[in-house]
Design a binder for this molecule. Sequence first.
Ligand code: AHG
Ligand code: MN
Ligand code: MN
Length: 326
Amino acid sequence: MSRRITLDEFINNEGESRQDATGEFSGLLRHIGIAAKIINRIVNKAGLMDILGEDGGHNFSGDTVQKLDTYTNDLMIEYLRNSHLCAGVASEELEHFISFAPNYTKSNKYIVVMDPLDGSSNIDVNISVGTIFGIYKRKSDLGTDAVIDDFLQNGTELLASGYVLYGTSTMFVFTTGNGVNGFTYDRGIGEFCLSHANMMMPLGGSYYSVNQGYYRQFNKGVREFLDGCADKNRMLRYIGSMVADVHRTLCLGGIFMYPQTQKNPEGKLRILYECNPLSFLVEQAGGISISESKQRILGIPVTSLHQRTSIIVGSKDLVNEALNFL
Ligand code: AHG
Ligand code: MN
Ligand code: MN
C-alpha cells in the first residue's frame, strides 16, 4: 500500500542530499515542526482552555496582545532554545532579539525570525491563523552570543522559510530554496504528511486580496489598480491573516497586498518575520513579491528588527499588472 511521506522523512531526505549536511539544519526544522504540532493542539482547543482573548497588555509596537500571542511566542522560544541548534531568535512579540547561551556540543550556526501567531485578532472567532518563520545562517562567530547583525540580513540570505496554517486543516509549508512543499497534519498519526508536492503558483488568478476599507487612504496607483480589478469582476477575498491570504494566493493564484496607508505610511507588515519569509516561498513557487516602490521585497535592506514595508505579492500576471499602475 502506498503511503504519504512524513515531514520528518522529507526533511531527512533533503538533508542527506546535501553534501555538506551535518544534520543540524534538518534538526532545527524538525524542532519547528514539533512546536507547530503543540501550537496546533492549543489553537484547536483554545475555546476550552481559557486561553482566548486579550492578555490585557500591548506589545512595544502598541498592538493589543492576545493570550495566544504570548503562549505561542514562549513555546516557540522554548523549542528553539532546547534544540541547541539555534543561536538566537527575533520575534514580533519581542522588542529585542534573544541570544541563547552557547551549548558546547552543538555549533549553533543558525538564527530564527518568527511571527509566532499571525492574524491573532481572528483567533477568538475561529478563523484561520498561522505561524511564520525564517532561518538564516548567523554572521557572528560560532559559540559566541548572537548579535544584531545576525538578524539584519536581507531576505535573499534566507536559508529556509515557511509557515504553519491552522485552518480547516493544519498545514506546514516550507522551502529551503529548492521549491515549495506542503504537508497536511494527520491527527490520527500525529504527523505532517506530504500533500502538496512542489507547489507552483498559477500565472494568473481571479482573486484579489486587500483591506478595501482603507481604499481612500491608498495612493492613486493602487486605487486605480483596484478599480481595474472591480471592472474585471475579479473576486475580493480578505481574511486578515496574512498567512491564510498568502496561502490562498499560492494555491489558487491572484494577488495579495498591504499598501501604504495614512495610518501606516511605510505599510503595516514587518519585513523581517512576515514579508521576507513569505516572499521567499512565493518566489520559489514562481510568484513575485514587491513593495509599492517597486523594490523586490527580498532585496530591501533590513535595518531594524521591526521595520515595516508595503507589499504586493502574488501571481506574475497580476503583480505585473499592478506594477503598471505604481
Ligand atoms: P499579527 O496578528 O501577527 O499582528 O498580524 C496581523 C497582520 C496580518 O496577518 C494581516 O494581513 C494584517 O495584519 C491585517 O491588518 P488589517 O486589520 O489592518 O487589515
Ligand atoms: Mn503577523
Ligand atoms: Mn503575530
